[in-house]
Design a protein around this ligand. Sequence first.
Ligand code: HSE
Length: 304
Amino acid sequence: MKTVKVKVPATTANLGPGFDVLGASLSLYNELEVSLVENSKKAKFVVLGEGRKILPRNENNILWKAMNAVFCLLSVNDKYNLKNFNIKLTNNIPLSSGLGSSSAARAAGIIAANKICGNKLTLIEMAQLGVKLEGHPDNIIPAFYGGVCISINNGDDKIEVVKLPIPKIKAVVCTPGFELATERSRNILPLKYDRKDVVFNIARVALLIKAFYINDFKVLKEAMKDKIHQPYRAKLIPVMQELIDCAVKAGAYGAYLSGAGPSMIAFCNKEKAQNVTNVMARIWKRETIPTKTFILDFDKSGAM
Ligand code: HSE
């Protein structure tokens, strides 16, 4: 029996001003084990951890859809179907939380299926298929590549990836106990922007990239400001600005809405991480919303 294993990191997108462009992978992982079974009656689809009670364990699961997309691309989809596999997915990444859970599922499915097919697809081919399934690149590219990534989408799903230096700082993640579908969080955004808001973000993306290159994290407070998505999404997460301000006051370099939310992330040094966590968690507690917190590092290698 052939078994393949994949470990895939959580990701955080936007990093403040880099809407749909900047993303990073974090040291929180989902794990997938897939085995080919000889007797299809023995095939099992097991989900443990996050989403175990709600994720479909059938053809509608996005992990399976991603596996099947690889089989279609390699023209072996008539050879493999769901009942050929034992699938065990162990999820640690909270669902619909702005931490790339859907990217992780898709990346895991693509990599597992590619391993089953003898690694015919290259990294960029897998990543491009992932972007096609996911719709935008900034969460799924770092799941494949690891570290901090700039994803440049040339418009027809040909993605160019530029990797930035990995900063030696902690990511304090504060995930409130409610889910926010990416679609809902994207639908709230305007279709057109004022030129001054666009220029505001371009300047801050440039500053942020410089900060990562020269390890100058003092500028992150300014560099992580955004006028493209956070102000609109604040309607869905009313304490967003308070969380950012209090995290910075508690010693964080900067803080932002992770991806489409609702998780908030503060970047800080190791010494400040626990204090920043406590301050952010206290705000959600006051709102009577339960919270999960994680103090994470940047993941270096991406899915394996
Ligand atoms: N850049 C995306 C967004 C990330 O903010 O909507 C979510 O996948």
